[in-house]
Design a protein around this ligand. Structure first.
Ligand SMILES: [Zn+2]
Length: 130
């Protein structure tokens, strides 16, 4: 995958998980007051979600921490993607700028036979070696 695309998706993931955290950060007390009779009496976003999805008590608590875990996983993946793509963007050109490997000494340009590095002529076809 292209490093810049990876960087973009990593940043998107980070922003996405940050928004999720912002939404759920105010619902930490949801496990204390899980049930609300009507949607209007719900205090937190999480309570509203639990109300709509029919989750109660411990199910609602589990759901909150599941979402927290998902946020953590998302932001972790985002951080890794950003780190890897930044590394590739910064280090990539430097690594590829290295000079190509030197031609191997003793390799015959005509028949490809490996000769001792000190040989002046190929032992197979007698071509003059560089
Ligand atoms: Zn040769």
């Amino acid at each position: 995958m292209n490093a810049k695309i990876t960087l973009f998706f990593g940043l998107v993931l980070l922003a996405f998980s940050a928004v999720f955290y912002a939404i759920y950060i105010d619902s930490t007390e949801a496990y204390v007051v899980t049930d609300c009779k009507t949607v209007n009496s719900c205090k937190t976003y999480n309570q509203i979600e639990c109300k709509f999805s029919g989750l109660q008590g411990r199910q609602c608590t589990f759901y909150v921490y599941l979402m927290y875990g998902a946020c953590g996983a998302l932001s972790f993946v985002g951080v890794v993607m950003v780190a890897v793509s930044l590394y590739r963007i910064i280090e990539g050109p430097r690594v590829s700028a290295l000079p190509p490997p030197l031609p191997r000494l003793g390799l015959c340009p005509k028949c490809g036979t490996m000769n001792p590095p000190t040989s002046k002529y190929c032992s197979e076809c007698a071509t003059k070696l560089a």
